[in-house]
Design a protein around this ligand. Structure first.
Ligand code: ZN
Length: 507
């Protein structure tokens, strides 16, 4: 009996060995005929990639085993799954675990807890995701605004006391121990906007002690932009922590054309020892609450016409303020201030003031797109060696970036505008991204890494989402694997939910 089973086992082993001398072990998936761009920035290679379980086990010219499942890439590009270093795709993730918006643009990992706001506490969020995983991997920052809100409650329109700061530090210790990548801030938003710079330095020191990082929507992206960049650099210097400027931009006509001034300033900081980097989304428009414009009026007083004049002269044109959904008057959905002013037979300044008041009366919940950036600046900043791609997008948000950021970068900026080579562009969505946010074993097609992969057609890849129709999936993304399982195939989510939690790995 024993002899007989041994003989059977032996004959199976011999059979397997005979057809796959190079490929012992369990069955896997082999992707053949792919142009592999491994994420390092190096040139593409025509090699096969073998995946077993959730890992890449062979990259090279080998004969697939008869027991492997073959996937014929038909000459398309196989790249590491894209890492979205600045994502809001966690919002609604439990209701939409397939994460169509993300996976249909090739994203396999989302980094959330951005702009000073996180799912709190992280332990609870992570536990829920473990019980009910999504199609994508999730990593998160701990968020300054959330922690400040926990400690200061509604009494936040002032600097924190030393006791309050110590309490925030205590909460941050817990979040870091539970796996946060570092500390995020959103200093244009309440309650972070009322903080003293020292609060950030002290908390960044806590994150730094864990080998964490600091990522920031800086204190001003327009009027006080240069001071805000200085503050970010200073936090890096004082707390000895890597700093990433979120969705970096020159969002004011006054600063247009000054991309070189910006990258020179960042390079100087790097040369002086501050590890500062940035992420960018590939669009001319930002997205925020319409009510955010109120903060640009003197004393937030919406009767101050000079406030409206300032906004429409120095920051945004009447054509550049678009309201995708306007709660108080749905007839204005999808229109700009210029168009609405014409309908109302009024001037843009009056229209802006009246609409902001109407929105405030309904709780200030209407979103807006602000076309505040200039294409040449976007391209220069994108090409800076330390900028990576982030979407800043949502699963069902009003901005087209939720569905189209990575495909727009590949189609418009890399292929059509030739801002970067395909290999260099992919590096800014994969290995460099992983390095900047502190994610290991992802972002590269190499043996031992997790099998997060995207197969796409570099000649046709393109975004299809627009401000008018922001939820249209991209074209050209053929297949997406997360941890070795297909999550997107043939234009559809597969229903697999192999996403893992990514907790910070201390150096
Ligand atoms: Zn932001």
């Amino acid at each position: 009996m024993i002899k007989k089973s041994l003989a059977i086992v032996l004959s199976i082993v011999l059979a397997l060995t005979a057809c796959a001398p190079d490929v012992p072990g369990p069955t896997g998936v082999v992707i053949v005929n792919a142009r592999v761009i491994d994420g390092s920035g190096g040139p593409s290679r025509d090699v096969n990639v073998r995946v077993v379980g959730d890992r890449i086990v062979i990259v090279g010219n080998f004969e697939p085993s008869a027991v492997d499942t073959l996937v014929d890439a038909n000459g398309l590009v196989l790249a590491p799954g894209f890492i979205d270093v600045h994502s809001h795709h966690e919002d609604g993730l439990f209701e939409m675990p397939g994460a169509l918006a993300a996976v249909s643009q090739g994203i396999t990992t989302i980094v959330v807890g951005q702009d000073g706001s996180q799912q709190y506490p992280l332990a609870e969020f992570f536990a829920s995701l473990e019980t009910s995983p999504a199609a994508v991997n999730v990593a998160s920052y701990a968020a300054f605004g959330t922690l400040r809100g926990q400690v200061m409650g509604k009494d936040y329109q002032r600097h924190a006391t030393p006791e309050e700061l110590a309490e925030m530090a205590g909460l941050l210790h817990t979040e870091m121990e539970d796996g946060a990548l570092g500390l995020s801030s959103g200093l244009e938003y309440d309650p972070g906007s009322f903080s003293a710079p020292e609060e950030l330095v002290e908390l960044a020191k806590v994150a730094a002690a864990y080998g964490g990082r600091y990522i920031s929507h800086i204190r001003s992206e327009d009027q006080y932009f240069w001071e805000a960049i200085d503050e970010a650099i200073n936090i890096g210097r004082e707390a000895r922590i890597p700093v990433q400027v979120s969705h970096i931009k020159l969002a004011m006509t006054r600063w247009w054309g000054q991309a070189d001034r910006l990258t020179m300033k960042l390079d100087e900081a790097r040369a002086s020892g501050v590890d500062i980097s940035a992420d960018i989304y590939p669009y001319r428009a930002w997205n925020s609450g319409f009510s955010w414009l109120t903060t640009l009026f003197p004393n937030r007083d919406l009767d101050r016409r000079d406030g409206a004049e300032y906004i429409l002269r120095d920051m945004l044109s009447p054509e550049g303020i678009l309201l995708p959904r306007f709660g108080p008057e749905p007839a204005y959905d999808g229109l700009t201030i210029a168009e609405i002013a014409e309908i109302r037979g009024s001037d843009p300044e009056t229209t802006l003031m009246e609409l902001l008041k109407a929105d405030a009366e309904m709780g200030g919940r209407s979103p807006m797109l602000g076309f505040a950036m200039d294409e040449p600046d976007i391209e220069s900043i994108m090409a800076w060696p330390h900028t990576v791609i982030g979407s800043d997008g949502e699963l069902a948000g009003p901005h087209p970036r939720g569905f189209g950021a990575f495909t727009r970068f590949l189609g418009h900026y890399v292929r059509d505008r030739n801002v970067l080579s395909l290999e260099a562009g992919i590096r800014k969505m994969t290995s460099l991204s992983a390095q900047q946010v502190g994610i290991v074993e992802r972002g590269s097609i190499q043996v031992g890494h997790y099998a997060d992969l995207v197969l796409f057609d570099p000649d046709t890849v393109a975004d299809r989402s627009t401000p008018e129709a922001p939820h249209v999936p991209s074209v050209g993304i053929e297949k997406v694997w997360v941890n070795g399982q297909l999550v997107f195939d043939g234009g559809q989510v597969t229903g697999n939910r192999p996403g893992k939690l990514i907790r910070r790995t201390s150096p």
